[in-house]
Design a protein around this ligand. Structure first.
Ligand SMILES: NC(=O)c1ccc[n+]([C@@H]2O[C@H](COP(=O)([O-])OP(=O)(O)OC[C@H]3O[C@@H](n4cnc5c(N)ncnc54)[C@H](OP(=O)(O)O)[C@@H]3O)[C@@H](O)[C@H]2O)c1
Length: 296
């Protein structure tokens, strides 16, 4: 808990959706003088009760603090909100935690540089209730000076990881991690629908999924090594040829049970292509060639 509130102990949070509120609460909890602004101003009410200061407009929010945190729906909204403010951001540290692409982050960084603002892009690898806890990982890239200046402030949000001066890197890491999460969600939905077709409750089956996925996570370092070396036959225990035959049974069983196959078909297409290309004896890691270059 911070006890002193120096000039550096001030932060403005723009965007008070589920995530922005959690960010502002974490700063308030650590004693920062926190100014907040949201399009729908009533969302600030709970934070005001906790000691936040309500900015009556965006300019007021930006002038209030040296560090400006932005967390809104997407980059279009970030641009719509910030671009009209222009040079008001001069001398500020702009920390954008809105989800977007590396290209969008680099474009915003270039604009911020024109306004003489320091820019840090961030990717939040956490859901709002995790914010402030060590397991909340926030990735940053962009101005190293900005990161160093605001490191203590940012530590209120959880664990910080700085990925270098290319502003696009935080987003690239963020979206790559989200890709692995959505792959898991896709498999989970298929599994729940498959067992559900025999009236097995998802909550009854899920502990088995958790144990199975946890066991299979241990295969990832081997697959990663194969991807990095390009040697997809290194210590293969489940070759692609075998996997592609077994995988068809997921599709066939889904059809038999009257459920959809849309989530699984794209992987089947890649597996078939991989086998056609001669990767039968390789591991599933060999499919990276098709993911990297879909026109093969
Ligand atoms: N929630 C999560 O689990 C999570 C996790 C990691 C990252 N994120 C990222 O954090 C960002 C915010 O997520 P969230 O969960 O806070 O979303 P949310 O609850 O849907 O809130 C969206 C925010 O964007 C604002 N907004 C949307 N359209 C706007 C517009 N045209 N003009 C001005 N403000 C606008 C909303 O203002 P109003 O209140 O006025 O609508 C609100 O403050 C997103 O980029 C999201 O991908 C979220």
């Amino acid at each position: 808990m911070r006890t002193t509130k120096s000039i550096d102990g001030q932060v403005s949070v723009i965007g008070l959706g589920a995530m922005g509120i959690a960010l502002a609460e974490a700063f308030l909890k650590d004693g920062y003088k926190t100014t907040v602004w949201n399009r729908s101003s009533e969302k600030a009410n709970g934070l005001i009760k906790q000691g936040a200061i309500r900015a009556s407009n965006l300019s007021e929010a930006v002038s209030a603090s040296p560090a400006i945190i932005v967390c809104v729906l997407n980059y279009q909204v970030v641009q719509d909100l910030l671009y009209p403010l222009g040079s008001m951001l001069s001398g500020k540290v702009l920390i954008n935690l809105t989800n977007g692409t590396p290209g969008e982050a680099r474009e915003l960084a270039a604009w911020a540089a024109e306004q003489r603002a320091m820019y840090l892009d961030g990717g939040i690898m956490a859901v709002p209730p995790m914010i402030g806890k060590p397991e909340s990982l926030v990735l940053y890239s962009g101005s190293q000076d900005a990161f160093q200046m605001q490191q203590q402030l940012l530590s209120s949000l959880g664990t910080s990881k700085y990925l270098g001066q290319d502003s696009g890197m935080a987003s690239l890491y963020d979206l790559s991690l989200l890709s692995s999460m959505y792959g898991m969600f896709a498999g989970f939905l298929q599994a729940a629908a498959l067992v559900g077709s025999a009236q097995v409750k998802a909550s009854e089956f899920t502990p088995l999924i958790i144990d199975w996925v946890a066991a299979m996570l241990h295969t990832l370092p081997d697959l990663a090594r194969q991807i990095d070396s390009g040697n997809y036959r290194d210590k293969v225990v489940s070759n692609l040829g075998m996997q592609s035959v077994a995988f068809v049974n997921i599709l066939r069983a889904s059809q038999e049970q009257g459920i959809g196959t849309d989530l699984m078909v794209p992987l089947k297409i890649l597996m078939d292509k991989g086998v056609e290309m001669g990767h039968s004896a390789d591991d599933i890691s060999s499919l990276i060639r098709l993911v990297r270059n879909p026109s093969i």
